[in-house]
Design a protein around this ligand. Structure first.
Ligand code: ATP
Ligand code: MG
Length: 208
């Protein structure tokens, strides 16, 4: 059996990833394309336990490095539990955020540096590099305006917005450094327009 392909969706908070994944899900189901949708930490008791540590408000003193290592650990388990079995079955594996989120958020925005984050994610990067990474290109300002309304956007503390600007700049740098893997889709269009572009790039990359 031919091995499946790994497709990841990336972009700033609220750029439209889930909306596109929903449209893609409908399309793949309708066209009987064997696939799974997943996200980290995806199911499984170990990933869930790590998630609980990461999201627990009582762990506020967690260092940025510890957080990055836990995400990397959960990623390895998710690859083992969900991704590898589906790829082996020849399925298309579509993941809502993956290793590039660690690079954009932790390496670039939190400032841990690309070397450190690359190193702790070497298992994922060496063995499970995505075949295609769809970057939905939408600035954090536009994403926030959409999600919470322009009013709320004005009241957003500057520190928060600065962080998200760094995330966005990180994604742009990643996409530029790996043009063969990344495809950038303009996020400032209607969901249907964006989806047509997503389908086009996935066909061009022989994923559909
Ligand atoms: N192309 C679009 N045009 C206008 N609004 C959109 C578009 N795509 C998504 N939205 C709206 O923007 C909001 C955020 O979209 P969505 O949840 O898909 O983003 P996301 O990238 O999955 O966010 P998160 O990072 O929080 O998971 C939702 O309210 C959604 O309905
Ligand atoms: Mg989402």
């Amino acid at each position: 059996m031919k091995r499946g392909k790994l497709i990841t969706f990336e972009g700033c908070d609220g750029c439209g990833k889930s909306t596109q994944l929903r449209l893609l899900s409908e399309y793949l189901t309708k066209n009987a394309v064997p696939h799974i949708f997943t996200r980290e930490p995806g199911g499984g008791k170990i990933s869930e336990a790590i998630r609980e540590i990461l999201l627990n408000g009582k762990n506020a003193e967690m260092t940025d490095e510890c957080e990055a290592l836990l995400y990397a650990a959960a990623r390895v388990q998710h690859l083992h539990d969900r991704v590898e079995p589906a790829l082996r079955d020849g399925k298309l594996v579509i993941c809502d955020r993956y290793v590039d989120s660690s690079l954009a958020y932790q390496a670039y925005a939190r400032g841990l540096g690309k070397d450190f984050v690359t190193k702790i994610n070497s298992f994922a990067l060496e063995h499970y590099l995505p075949d295609v990474t769809v970057f939905i290109d939408l600035t954090p300002e536009m994403a926030f305006a959409r999600k919470r309304g322009a009013d709320e956007n004005d009241r957003l503390e500057q520190a928060g917005m600065e962080f998200h600007r760094k995330v966005y700049a990180g994604y742009k740098a990643l996409a530029e450094s790996e043009p063969n893997r990344f495809v950038c889709v303009d996020g400032n269009q209607t969901p249907q327009e964006i989806f047509q572009n997503v389908l086009r790039v996935l066909r061009e990359r022989n994923c559909l």
